[in-house]
Design a protein around this ligand. Structure first.
Ligand code: B12
Ligand code: SF4
Length: 446
């Protein structure tokens, strides 16, 4: 199940990304296993028409858990053993254990060969824990197994994040230690990717310490030298803007866009969620964004609505601030208590998790629905704030202004237009989804 609805809007083709986890698992699966990867983001296949598998491995975000359980039940009915791993299996172990034959928590590199061997011998255990992988053991992903119908390929070059923001699962799942893959592996894997455009899934592409930045520069140099002819987008913190040499090298290596989490327009908001990194004294976000854009790199800014300090007017405020920073696209999400995060613990202890009939309610944990109780915003008003934010930032005059600006600076005007229209086309779909959500949520909050 996916929040990306390809059928309902063709623009969404540009928002479907390859599921890397299963390609990585395939990369460490011995050759005697024949592997097929199915990505339901592209549509549900006719499982009945497929040959019976010896084993099924499922990955799912929390928002996809219900669909994962349906698929698991289908195969278990046929007595096919089902193994589930990934973020949801790790954060909600008891729930998942009841619905599959075996769960694998944490990163799988250290344990997957054992799981396969046990499955082969018919002695699969209920639980395995991979912990944190030795980064040099991350295999080259099998990009050949899924090479059509995607606008973007995917690759991971680092794992872990020391920043531990309250709403994010990454530090809990991948650890606080920033681990970087060997540069030669990254280059080789890039070379095996079929798509011209690639999403680098790292949570923070360049890291936070000087030695991380040095390694990022070395990696960009190696990528440029290998003449990969790829264009890629990545996630980074705003310190990406602070080193001119880094930006030059990133652009040479093919960087065309970065997602940056600004999260809140206020210092109080940043303190609330623990994103201290954005609070660097004297940081001027507008000039940081401009410095990045000067290298022909588009900037997508991400913000959150629903912090305790947010009040009526926050939607417009975010849209204004995002325009003032000069970002090319804006992505605003509702503050969502994801299982395993500090925010989850906090909201749970305050009885503020409003949609709490699990697993059914997980389907709304896409960060695009307000599933909690927010301090100063009712259900209706927080949705109104989101709508006013999107309507303002994605109004036709504002889109034209941005796209013409990019045309003038010769900064990927076509991509800028497509991505702005993709977001805009979803506003109508969002409106319909909010109405259904309010109906559902009203009943479950009674
Ligand atoms: C890339 C990415 C996306 C891509 C997804 C592409 C895709 N089709 O998979 C896009 C942009 C679409 C996306 C969307 C969303 N994402 Co996202 N995303 C990520 C990101 C940055 C990287 C995921 C990745 O590819 N990692 C690399 C692979 C190799 O690692 P892995 O998936 O963890 O897999 C390893 C292990 O988990 C394990 N494993 C995984 N699956 C399985 C299965 C089996 C059988 C076994 C044995 C092992 C195993 O083995 C792998 C190797 O060690 C993660 C953060 C992160 N660091 O993981 C967030 C993350 C997964 N996303 C998150 C969220 C919340 C979302 C959204 C709900 C919200 C949003 N708007 O961002 C949407 C929802 C999508 C939906 N359909 O409902 C959360 C999920 C939290 C949760 N509890 O579910 C994360 C953890 C980030 C966060 N802020 O906390 N996302
Ligand atoms: S939001 Fe980004 S910076 Fe914060 S912990 Fe998650 S990955 Fe790290």
């Amino acid at each position: 199940m996916s929040i990306v609805k390809v059928k309902e809007s063709l623009w969404n083709r540009y928002r479907v990304w390859k599921p890397l986890s299963l390609m990585v698992l395939a990369g460490m699966t011995p050759p005697e296993w024949e592997i097929s990867i199915i990505d339901e983001n592209l549509g549900v296949p006719n499982y009945q028409a497929m040959p019976r598998p010896d084993m099924v491995g499922i990955t799912a975000f929390t928002s996809q858990a219900n669909r994962a359980y349906d698929v698991a039940a289908y195969f278990r009915n046929m007595s096919v053993p089902v193994v589930m791993g990934g973020i949801h299996a790790t954060m909600c172990q008891d729930e998942v254990t009841e619905r599959v034959d075996s769960i694998v928590t944490g990163e799988a590199e250290g344990i997957w060969p054992q799981v396969l061997e046990d499955a082969r011998c018919g002695s699969l255990k209920n639980r395995y824990d991979g912990g944190l992988a030795e980064i040099k053991n991350v295999p080259l992903a099998r990009h050949d197994l899924l090479n059509t119908r995607y606008a973007f390929g995917a690759i991971q070059t680092t794992r872990g994040c020391p920043l531990n923001c309250s709403f994010c699962s990454v530090t809990a799942f991948n650890g606080a230690r920033y681990r970087q893959r060997p540069i030669a592996d990254v280059v080789r894997e890039f070379q095996s990717i079929h798509e011209k455009r690639v999403l680098v899934v790292d949570d923070n592409l360049i890291g936070t310490h000087p030695e991380h930045i040095t390694r990022a520069k070395d990696m960009f140099r190696a990528m440029a030298q290998a003449n990969l002819r790829k264009e890629w987008v990545a996630q980074a913190t705003i310190n990406f803007a602070d080193d001119e040499e880094l930006l030059v090298l990133a652009a040479k290596a093919g960087c065309r866009g970065v997602f940056i989490g600004f999260e809140s327009p206020t210092v109080e908001g940043l303190l609330e969620i623990g994103k201290k990194f954005n609070l660097l004294k004297g940081r001027d976000f507008r000039s940081s964004v401009k410095r990045i854009q000067r290298h022909n790199i588009l900037v997508v800014g991400s913000f959150i609505i629903g912090l305790d300090i947010d009040e009526a007017g926050i939607g417009k405020r975010i849209a204004e601030v995002a325009r003032q920073y000069g970002v090319d696209n804006l992505n605003v999400l509702f503050l969502t208590p994801l299982p395993g995060t500090r925010l989850w613990d906090q909201m749970k202890s305050q009885a503020r998790i409003a949609l709490n009939t699990f697993p059914e309610d997980w389907k709304y944990y896409t960060l695009t629905f307000p599933v909690a109780q927010y301090k100063n915003l009712s259900l209706d008003s927080i949705i109104e704030e989101m709508i006013s934010c999107d309507r303002d930032f994605y109004s036709m005059p504002h889109i034209l202004h941005r796209v013409l600006g990019n045309l003038w600076h010769r900064r990927q005007p076509l991509i800028s237009l497509v991505s702005n229209l993709s977001y805009r086309s979803n506003l109508r779909l969002n409106g319909k989804a909010y109405t259904e959500f309010k109906h559902y949520s009203g009943k479950s909050r009674d």
